[in-house]
Design a protein around this ligand. Structure first.
Ligand code: SAM
Length: 265
């Protein structure tokens, strides 16, 4: 597929690309080939794709696996995918945020921009081998950021707890139609056990949320303002800023917060 072919399919299907649905279609076949290649799909893999759109990734996935499921929200695109590839895949007509994901081994998607975060977290509730996702470049940088950088964020820490994430390649905005305002990037997500243990995951995620919401504040102040610890409490790293703490150190902090909350029960 290239720009002309995408234009032809846009005209043929009559789709009017909607920004709210992240409908920026990939037009570069070589990028699509690499995207699918990174997922290392083998015949027996159950593959899940969110948002097949005009099928640039889908057409390649069905050549590699006999078990491909796509979830598409847009009725025009559902009809196109059903008519073009319907006998070789399972199409779930619905909202990927609401429908249950079927069991899958590989997840491949050019994610609609506005739902990248919830879909990635939904993904991580499942047991799978590898995901390769196209996301906005700035979002990708936050996914894989190092401690102490401006991109190091709640997203980085929450993801790190559940998976290894790796930036694969940047993809310029010019490779999509309509052309979005920002560049994209391909990212690999490989689930794994957390490299450190916490006493209570809910507290870990809440401490991460509260401290990154006030990343310029001292950790002790952020936690006290959110009433997560008493005014006179002492916890590790309380005079530091969260952006300087590794995920494991945030885990240590969260354990102290959890133990304090148990003491007060
Ligand atoms: N895979 C195609 C490609 O690479 O060109 C299309 C990718 S486009 C960025 C995002 C796709 O996700 C569109 O087909 C859009 O209709 C679909 N989509 C948007 N929101 C969705 C949702 N909530 N559930 C399922 N699909 C959705």
């Amino acid at each position: 597929m290239d720009g002309k072919e995408t234009n032809r399919l846009i005209a043929e299907t009559g789709i009017v690309p909607r920004k709210s649905r992240g409908q920026n279609f990939l037009t570069d076949d070589r990028v699509a080939q690499r995207h699918v290649g990174y997922a290392e799909v083998s015949k027996g893999d159950r593959v899940l794709e969110v948002g097949p759109g005009l099928g640039i990734l889908t057409s390649k996935l069905i050549e590699l696996s006999d078990d491909v499921t796509c979830i598409e929200l847009d009725e025009v695109l559902q009809e196109y995918i059903e008519n073009t590839y319907g006998d070789r895949l399972t199409l779930i007509k619905g909202d990927a945020m609401k429908v249950d994901f079927p069991p899958f081994d590989k997840f491949v998607s050019n994610l609609p921009y506005s739902i990248s975060t919830p879909i990635i977290f939904k993904l991580l509730e499942h047991d799978f081998k590898k995901a390769v996702v196209m996301v906005q470049k700035e979002f990708a940088e936050r996914m894989v950021a190092d401690v102490g950088t401006v991109d190091y964020s709640r997203l980085t820490v929450n993801l790190f707890y559940k998976a290894d994430c790796r930036m694969l390649e940047p993809v310029p905005a010019s490779r999509f139609k309509p052309k979005p305002k920002v560049d994209s990037a391909l990212v690999e997500i490989v689930p794994r056990e957390a490299p450190f243990k916490v006493l209570d995951e809910k507290t870990f995620f809440k401490v991460t949320e509260v401290t990154f919401n006030h990343r310029r504040k001292k950790i002790g102040t952020a936690l006290k303002n959110a009433r997560m610890i008493p005014k006179d409490a002492v916890v590790p790293y309380m005079d530091d800023r969260v952006e300087k703490l590794t995920p494991a150190q945030i885990g240590e902090l969260a354990d102290a917060v959890y133990l304090l909350s148990k003491r007060d029960d």
